[in-house]
Design a protein. Structure first.
Length: 159
């Protein structure tokens, strides 16, 4: 039998027909903390691969508040953890324009386990209209260990 091992790294995933929202100009970002060497822009702006990292351990929040309500069809999240084994949980929420509460889109747990399982890629298809805010809550280690939340990439598409 002929076999080929597939490299599942993000650089090999091509989304040529997808246009991602320019978050730098369409939204304000609210964050619970950020490491000086890994600011939130590193995860949101095209061309950077450093990603965001929290300045402290424990649960973290990243919230995008859009200047104008948006249509969202796809959300791409990339988490990298090359250093330690842990079980992470994230919750993705959204708030409709003129609402004062968030609705849950997805709650997901993922086991990072070195050396093979160091990357989580989530490509979430949604059909959200009139989105005023999108919130990502990250619990970096559900066992309560001292772990820092990290987000390598967050991309949002309206198509």
């Amino acid at each position: 039998m002929r076999k080929i091992h597939i490299d599942q790294s993000v650089k090999n995933i091509v989304h040529s027909d997808i246009v991602y929202l320019d978050l730098e100009h369409l939204a304000q970002v609210e964050i619970s903390s950020e490491c000086h060497e890994h600011p939130i822009e590193s995860a949101l702006v095209e061309g950077s691969n450093l990603g965001w990292q929290a300045a402290s351990s424990g649960e973290q929040i990243i919230r995008l508040v859009f200047d104008q309500p948006q249509v969202i069809k796809q959300i791409v999240l990339l988490f990298d953890e090359p250093e330690m084994s842990r079980t992470q949980e994230f919750v993705l929420l959204w708030r409709m324009d003129k609402d004062d509460f968030f609705r849950e889109i997805l709650r997901q747990q993922y086991n990072f386990s070195q050396p093979l399982t160091t990357q989580e890629i989530e490509n979430i298809s949604v059909d959200l209209k009139q989105v005023k805010a999108l919130e990502l809550r990250i619990i970096p280690d559900i066992s309560g260990g001292e772990a820092w939340a990290k987000l390598t990439r967050l991309r949002i598409s309206a198509t």
